[in-house]
Design a protein around this ligand. Structure first.
Ligand SMILES: [Zn+2]
Length: 240
């Protein structure tokens, strides 16, 4: 299935230059990719997703000038690096083997990975102090919001850590946003624009420490008892 062209941009910022490099056109993954998505439209959609969930008119995205998508043979799934003089030219490296591995649901999985990696092109990182788990959690939060969470993803609470990353943190951030209002995760991202990360950012935004938020979220997953969750959230909180 080819992804249709996305609707007209709903955000006021220009899109970066998009480039595609396919290392090996004979690789099965190259054919699957080209049959599943239109690279230009898919990356435009992924950029719009980062704009939509992480930025506002008062808090515009950084000016990424170019995204080069490289499909190549490599272990793992994908990663993103910044190149160019100011790091604002981005390269997304995407594994051809992983594309073959996901061929049963190629379009959704390719889109999910591209949305996740494109968030890494745009998100703030507290001058490189943001914990890796939160970086990955924000990327999967956007993936989740765009409807590209794969079927095996699970909400995890008790027994896990809030900053375990990926969908564990992504679902937790989605719950924080649903509880404290649209734009909460965008504000959290903004807190890390020119300042170092501090767990206090959560308290500044929600009046609750991240520890307390996590306790309440674990309670919700375990007992699904709204009154109990509210009780936890309104209890005294001496944590930062
Ligand atoms: Zn990532």
């Amino acid at each position: 299935m080819i992804i249709p062209a996305p609707p007209a941009p709903s955000t006021p910022w220009p899109l970066p230059r998009i480039k595609l490099h396919i290392e090996d056109l004979d690789h099965e993954g190259a054919a699957i990719f080209q049959g599943a998505v239109n690279a230009r439209d898919a990356l435009h959609l992924a950029v719009q997703a980062s704009y939509r969930w992480l930025y506002t008119v008062d808090n515009p995205p950084p000016k990424v000038t170019q995204i080069l998508l490289i499909l190549r043979s490599m272990p793992g799934v994908a990663h993103t690096i910044g190149t160019g003089r100011d790091g604002m030219e981005k390269e997304i490296h995407f594994s051809l083997e992983y594309i073959v591995h996901s061929k049963a649901r190629a379009t959704a999985e390719i889109m999910g990975v591209l949305v996740h990696e494109t968030v890494h092109c745009y998100q703030h990182n507290g001058k490189n102090t943001c914990p890796g788990g939160l970086i990955e959690g924000i990327a999967d939060y956007v993936r989740l919001r765009e409807g590209y969470g794969p079927p095996h993803w699970k909400r995890r609470g008790e027994g896990a850590q809030w900053d375990a990353g990926y969908e564990t943190t992504g679902y937790f951030l989605a719950w924080i946003e649903d509880t404290y209002g649209a734009g909460t995760v965008s504000k959290l991202n903004h807190c890390m624009k020119n300042k170092s990360y501090h767990k206090r950012h959560f308290k500044d935004l929600t009046k609750c420490s991240v520890k307390k938020l996590w306790n309440a979220y674990c309670c919700l997953l375990k007992d699904d008892d709204g009154a109990k969750v509210l009780e936890i959230l309104s209890a005294r909180d001496d944590d930062d």
